[in-house]
Design a protein around this ligand. Sequence first.
Ligand SMILES: *[C@@H]1O[C@H](CO)[C@@H](O)[C@H](O)[C@H]1NC(C)=O
Ligand SMILES: *[C@@H]1O[C@H](CO)[C@@H](O)[C@H](O)[C@H]1NC(C)=O
Length: 340
Amino acid sequence: MEFTNQSKCICLALVLMLGDWSSEATSRSFNDAFAYGRYEQWIARYGRVYNDIKEKEDRFNIFKENEAFIDTSNNDGNKLYKLSLNQFADLTNEEFIASRNRFKGHECSTKTTTFKYENATVPATMDWRKKGAVTPVKDQGQCGSCWAFSAVGAMEGITQITTGKLISLSEQELVDCDVQGEDQGCSGGFMDDAFQFVIQNHGINTEANYPYTAGNSTCNAKEEAGHAATITGYEDVPANSESALLKAVANQPISVAIDASGSNFQFYSSGVFTGTCGTDLDHGVTAVGYGVSADGTKYWLVKNSWGAQWGEEGYIRMQRDVAAPAGLCGIALQASYPIA
Ligand SMILES: *[C@@H]1O[C@H](CO)[C@@H](O)[C@H](O)[C@H]1NC(C)=O
Ligand SMILES: *[C@@H]1O[C@H](CO)[C@@H](O)[C@H](O)[C@H]1NC(C)=O
């Protein structure tokens, strides 16, 4: 299963639709036929291509289950967020997790650092996008490189804040070249180790010079030697404290680890996410602000790396100041930031 060229796929989907219809219509229930129509529309929209009718049928069954899950959630008037049949609609939750989330949560962090924002004052709201410190949403594809996107988002932020220049930086350099330590390219890694790599490498190249390929490749030493930005250090935000995280996000975009394994996270579409969530950290993202919604719900503004079609144009607003010290989905457990 692959994401492929849109124009080619629409044609292919049409051919399959015609071929399918006569034989399928007789054996399908009325409701199923309507569901199949929605499935065909979804296939065309997301340019999905299946190897054969069997795979297409199997994926249809998953699609139907996901659609039922989404409808049930969206019909619950008490929920502050909506789900949608996004690009992950034909994946089971297990497949979804296996193909994307690869932050390797440390059991416990032994590193003790100072927290430079300990006494920082915090404005009521913050949106680093409005301050020009956030690049457009990127897409990690089917590669467990979330850790690289999370770290790059924080480095792009601090670089813009200190130099005034917003430069899209290279995740692929981290995927390919940061392999001497614990980071493992598409098989996962840590944001702090990515910062460590950039410090030792004396910088990181641009996205343009070292573009993303969504796969492991050998390190391009020439591009690795090109430095568009650099950092001198990094610090961890004290864990289990959303107020500490607030002080940090008030001052720069912050790398955070979350548990993004739930189906409601998979299909998040809009609103303030208040869904049930664990704290088994498996995904790296970048917190780029915070605020309060119209109905008074406090949220973190989080940049994801699943493309602009997911969530609110690639972002999710996650409930802030929850009862659990770890924060929703463990957002306050392993936050960290680079120092220019
Ligand atoms: C925060 O304030 C306390 C008390 O004045 C001081 O001891 C501490 O060094 C300050 N922390 C930072 C990071 O500036
Ligand atoms: C990617 O490369 C890393 C580092 O060499 C390796 O540990 C990992 O298994 C590779 N992952 C895949 C999916 O090829």
